[in-house]
Design a protein around this ligand. Sequence first.
Ligand code: UTP
Length: 295
Amino acid sequence: EIGIMKITKAIIPAAGLGTRVLPASKAVPKEMLNIVDKPAIQYLVEEAVNSGITDVLIITNRGKGVIEDHFDHAYELEDKLSKNPDKKELYEAVLEPSQLCNTYFLRQKETGGLGHAVLCAKNFVGNEPFAILYGDDVFISDGDPVTKQLIDAYEKYGKGIVGVKEAPTKDVSKYCSLKVQKIEDKVFNCTDMIEKPKPEEIMSNYSILGRVVMPPEIFEILENTPKGAGNELQLTDAMKTLAQTKGVIALDYYGTRYDMGNKMGIMKANCEVALKHPEIAEDFKAYIKELAKTL
Ligand code: UTP
């Protein structure tokens, strides 16, 4: 019995084109869009770190160099702020992203799909199970971070874990649909799945949203998976093969998801985080109440 390997690596695919949030994402990567005072991708790296991850690989592309800058030192700023005792908190906030964990960057040289982006991480991951945090999905949960919930499930079941939520039928066709069988509360055996199903192909309203934990076998499967929807290599198609052969576990996680890849998601994230932000919560609440009267 070798036991189950501890999960310390995560990848964040962030090389998509972000067409749903143009023109905002023309020069600024959508992963760098703000939620009150932090870019979305910082929430993801913090979630990974709070889940026990020590090494994060962010998949970028040629337009996304500012993501690397955000997790690097900003010497001039840090130097100035560190010399001013009144700016201690700001100094720490500027320093923090560079201190979270080991961050690595790799460019996906063509937009070949989420599966192609994940395949770029093959040598980084090696022969270990690892987490994938979809770059535009931010989660805020009061309890364990979503990635931690999936890692715990991996340690319990020893199989690939896909994070799922029940989606309205009209949305399932935009995501994917899973064939599931309940094992216990919030936990299902998944033996089949389909990316962007037609209405008659829907197997359940459970869709994979935002987070998965995969065994290293997924790379070999990806290498043998043909291009799928949108003529892109789909991660879902590879996970489908894994589900049909070894089986995967679907975990209905808890936590609120904000899709930073669309306009409503961005507005909800900003609104809800602002209503809890220590610096502005009170003023923002008063403002929202006044505004609501005029609606
Ligand atoms: P999306 O399906 O949201 O695609 O990708 P997108 O291109 O970013 O956005 P739209 O549809 O054009 O608005 C899901 C995740 O996979 C990453 C994206 O960055 C996002 O985090 N991705 C997608 C890649 O890293 N590479 C790809 O080739 C495609």
